[in-house]
Design a protein around this ligand. Structure first.
Ligand SMILES: Cc1cc2nc3c(=O)[nH]c(=O)nc-3n(C[C@H](O)[C@H](O)[C@H](O)COP(=O)(O)OP(=O)(O)OC[C@H]3O[C@@H](n4cnc5c(N)ncnc54)[C@H](O)[C@@H]3O)c2cc1C
Ligand code: SF4
Length: 330
């Protein structure tokens, strides 16, 4: 591993200043992804700015019923938090579906959002990969791509985003809070990750040097029925082949609010806006769910070896949605 300098700021402002002083730096959260990539030579930062001691490790109930989660809150603490389990259960379920107990104890909320793709070509310096080095080609497109994207991919990159947590945050209308040279700002979680387009090297809308300071779960999705389900090769310690997070509010016999996001189908959590629009005002029946999900997945463009993802995602979505309404309705 290349040698690097290590700094440990005590405040958000100090962290931003440290980045300004060391433009080639990386923020260090739990290190469970960054350090692995450094060992592989994929990441070669000059400096690590350890942000784990920043005072961003609390979960705070806000007066309007929202919940602010500090960027340093560990995945296991967030999954176990009683308010999250009670009011935004899909988030707790998504976190518990990810990685292993040991990893979740180390991984942070901010680092989880910024973890890189698990595409094996990205992790192998000997292989072409536009995300690692634009112009080198995409090894996966004609290579091994069983785990890759079926929606929103580009000729340059077909990678998927691996986070389970990010899928739940997208469906639950969370916002990502950031702090950079221009001060604080926030971005909807559903818009935080990008499609690859012509710039697969950019996973998210984060600006150079910006620090994730937290995530806010809004009151509007709190207390509603929500669920997360993930299909994977093993029952634990495996990334998703397809996953679904959904939240639903039914009022007077019709769907009054819906948030649906797919995981492992695209370069970002895939917010299913078309399916949501189709459900609004409809009775929450099996037929309505099928119509909505089919509408969303109609644009899927599977590759040679991953067409299985489309029916898999469809069945998961139908199960998740059905689980959000009393069975008598279906
Ligand atoms: C074997 C294995 C299995 C796994 N399985 C799953 C799984 O099934 N599902 C899943 O979702 N994940 C899985 N993971 C990934 C794991 O969830 C991530 O590695 C973890 O969430 C990353 O968090 P971290 O705090 O360790 O981030 P780090 O590794 O510290 O950082 C990741 C990236 O985020 C940046 N960063 C960190 N914090 C901040 C911040 N506050 N502001 C700005 N930038 C920041 C870093 O610079 C780096 O680029 C697995 C990992 C391993 C090793
Ligand atoms: S899918 Fe993306 S990450 Fe994987 S090899 Fe192609 S360009 Fe690289």
């Amino acid at each position: 591993m290349k040698t690097f300098a290590y700094v440990r700021p005590g405040s958000v402002e100090e962290a931003a200043a440290a980045f300004a002083d060391h433009p080639g730096a990386r923020y260090l959260g739990g290190g469970t992804n960054l350090v692995d990539l450094m060992k592989l030579g994929v990441e070669r930062p000059e400096t690590l700015i350890d942000v784990t001691r920043l005072p961003l490790d609390t979960v705070e109930e806000l007066p309007d019923g929202a919940l602010r989660v500090g960027a340093m809150v560990r995945n296991s603490d967030l999954a176990a938090h009683p308010v999250v389990r009670d009011r935004w259960p899909a988030l707790s379920q998504a976190l518990l579906a990810g990685a292993s107990g040991q990893l979740r104890n180390a991984a942070t909320t901010g680092g989880n959002l910024l973890q890189r793709t698990r595409c094996p070509y990205f992790q192998d310096l000997g292989k072409p990969c536009n995300k690692r080095q634009m112009g080198s080609g995409c090894g996966a497109r004609e290579g091994v791509h069983r785990d890759h994207a079926v929606l929103g991919h580009s000729p340059h990159c077909i990678a998927t985003h691996p986070s389970d947590m990010a899928v739940a945050l997208s469906a639950l209308d969370a916002r990502v809070e950031l702090h950079g040279a221009d001060g604080p700002r926030s971005v909807p979680a559903a818009d935080f990750h990008r499609l690859p387009g012509d710039h697969p090297e950019r996973d998210t809308e984060i600006r150079p040097g910006e620090l994730i300071t937290g995530v806010v779960l809004p009151a509007a999705t709190g207390g509603l029925p929500s669920r997360y389900r993930k299909a994977r090769d093993r029952a634990s310690y495996a990334f998703a082949l397809a996953s679904v997070a959904a939240v639903l509010r039914v009022s007077d016999g019709v769907v009054a609010q819906a948030g649906i996001a797919f995981g492992a189908l695209a370069h970002r959590p895939w917010r299913a806006r078309r399916a949501e629009a189709a459900l609004l005002g409809a009775a929450p029946t099996a037929a309505a769910f099928e119509h909505a999900v089919d509408l969303e997945l109609a644009d899927a463009q599977p590759l040679r070896d991953n067409a299985y993802k489309v029916p898999l995602a469809r069945r998961l979505a139908l199960d998740v949605l059905a689980g959000l309404v009393p069975s008598a309705t279906l």
